[in-house]
Design a protein around this ligand. Structure first.
Ligand SMILES: [Zn+2]
Length: 389
C-alpha cells in the first residue's frame, strides 16, 4: 500500500475516459478469474465480452458517482462527517445497483483534524510567507509557533552524520527530490517518502524541534502536499509539515548561499478520540451460494479506499478506485453474469492514515473463514491500466 496524494483536479481526470477503460479491464478480469482456465474461448464468450463493453459504453454511471463523491461530498478524511456521507452514498449506490448483498463492517478509525497552519521563512533580514500543510497525524506547535534555524538534509541517513551537536534545537528540512529519471514515478515516490513518513521521529532522535519536508511531487509549483507520517514512541513527538517544491528550492538556495535561514511554523492540528466508521461491501453471489449449502464459498474482491486527504477532491486518490470497483460489479449484474466465486466491491475506510479498514476486512475474512482467491486494489490514480502488480 502506498501513501499517495494526487492533486490533479477532477476535471482533468474526467476528460480522459481512463476510468471507463479501467472498469472494463477490471470487469473482464473479475468475470474470468478462476472461471475460464486454459480452454478455448467460444464464440459465445466473445459475444458475452462484447456485451460487457457495450453496457459499459452506453450505461456507465461511474463518472456520475465519482462526481458525487468528489464534488457533492468532497474531501473525506477518516472520522469526518464527509467520510460518513461517503459510506452512506456508496452503500446506497450498491443497493440501487441490485447487488445481491450490501453490508457495512464496523471499524474504529483515527480522527485527526488539520486546524490552522501558517509559516514563514526569514533571510537577508526579510520575512517571506511560506505555504505549509501539516502532515497527517502531526501534533500542533505551541500557539505562538516554533521558530528556529533550518538545517537541510538530503535524507534520514545524513542525520547520524550531523549528530545531535548540529541538529539540536533546529528545524530539520528534508529536501531530497523525487528522481525524475524513473519512468514509473511511483518508484521515485517510494524511494523518497521515508523522509516524510519516518523523518519527524528520526530528526527528534537528535533533538530537532520540528521538521519540514519537500512535497512528494515532480511538479515545480507552490502547492504543498500533505500525507502520512508515523511517530515512534521512543522519541519525542515534534510537529511536521510539508512545503511546496518551489519553497523548498528557495530555502535550499539561501542555505547554500551561506545565509542564516530561520523558519517559523504554527500548526493547530489535533488528534481526537477514535471515531466509529465503516467499510462498505457489495457482493454478487456465486451460483454456488444458492442451493448448495455445504459447498465452500470462495471470494474475489476488488476495491478502493473511501477516505481521502482533507485538502483536495480525492478523485484519483481514491474516488476512482471506489467507483471503478462498484461499476465492475454493476456491469456484470446488468449483463446477467453469475460468478463461480462471490464477487465483492470493497470500499475500504482509513487507508490514508491508519489502514484500519483494510486490517478489519482481513480480520473478519479470517474469522468468517472466507477463502479469498484474489484481491485487487486500485489506488495509483485513474490512469491508463498498464499492469497489475
Ligand atoms: Zn490512496
Amino acid at each position: 500500500m502506498l501513501y499517495t496524494r494526487f492533486n490533479m483536479p477532477l476535471t482533468a481526470l474526467k476528460s480522459t475516459y481512463l476510468v471507463a477503460l479501467k472498469v472494463l479491464v477490471l470487469t473482464l478480469l473479475l468475470a474470468f478469474t478462476g472461471s475460464l482456465k486454459a480452454q478455448v474461448y467460444s464464440k459465445e464468450d466473445s459475444i458475452f465480452i462484447r456485451s460487457i463493453f457495450n453496457t459499459a459504453l452506453t450505461k456507465a454511471e461511474c463518472y456520475d458517482n465519482l462526481e458525487h463523491i468528489c464534488k457533492k461530498i468532497g474531501h473525506r478524511l477518516s472520522g469526518s462527517d464527509a467520510a460518513a456521507k461517503a459510506v452512506d452514498y456508496t452503500y446506497s449506490v450498491m443497493q440501487k445497483a441490485n447487488f445481491d448483498t450490501v453490508f457495512k463492517q464496523d471499524v474504529m478509525v483515527p480522527h485527526w483534524v488539520r486546524g490552522n497552519e501558517k509559516a514563514s521563512v526569514s533571510y537577508d533580514g526579510k520575512k517571506h510567507t511560506v505555504k505549509i500543510k501539516a502532515l497527517g497525524g502531526s501534533i500542533a506547535t505551541p500557539k505562538k509557533g516554533i521558530t528556529a534555524d533550518v538545517i537541510e538534509v538530503q535524507g534520514i541517513e545524513e542525520l547520524a552524520k550531523l549528530g545531535k551537536e548540529k541538529i539540536q534545537g533546529k528545524i530539520v528540512f528534508f529536501n531530497r527530490p523525487m528522481d525524475p529519471t524513473n519512468i514509473n514515478t511511483f518508484v521515485s515516490y517510494g524511494t523518497c517518502v521515508d523522509q516524510r513518513w519516518q523523518g519527524p521521529s528520526e530528526a527528534a532522535k537528535y533533538g530537532a524541534v520540528a521538521t519540514i519536508v519537500r512535497s512528494m511531487t515532480m511538479a515545480l509549483d507552490d502547492y504543498p502536499h500533505t500525507g502520512s507520517m508515523r511517530y515512534v514512541d521512543s522519541f519525542p513527538k515534534i510537529p511536521c509539515g510539508a512545503i511546496s517544491t518551489l519553497a523548498a528550492n528557495d530555502i535550499s538556495a539561501n542555505i547554500k548561499a551561506g545565509k542564516k535561514v530561520v523558519f517559523k511554523m504554527q500548526l493547530s492540528c489535533e488528534t481526537l478520540p477514535d471515531a466509529p466508521s465503516h467499510n462498505v461491501v457489495g457482493q454478487l453471489n456465486s451460483h454456488k451460494a444458492t442451493g448448495f449449502k455445504n459447498i465452500p464459498q470462495t471470494y474475489i474482491i476488488c476495491g478502493g479506499h473511501l477516505d481521502s486527504w482533507d485538502v483536495g477532491d480525492g478523485a484519483h486518490d481514491d474516488g476512482a478506485g471506489c467507483v471503478q470497483s462498484i461499476e465492475a460489479l454493476r456491469l456484470l449484474k446488468i449483463v446477467g453474469y453469475t460468478p463461480n466465486s462471490n464477487l465483492r466491491a470493497v470500499m475500504f475506510m482509513n487507508e490514508e492514515n491508519g489502514l484500519k479498514g483494510g486490517t478489519k476486512y482481513a480480520e473478519l475474512a479470517d474469522k468468517n473463514n472466507e477463502k479469498h482467491l484474489f484481491a485487487l486494489e486500485s489506488d495509483e490514480g485513474g490512469f491508463t491500466p498498464v499492469a497489475f502488480t
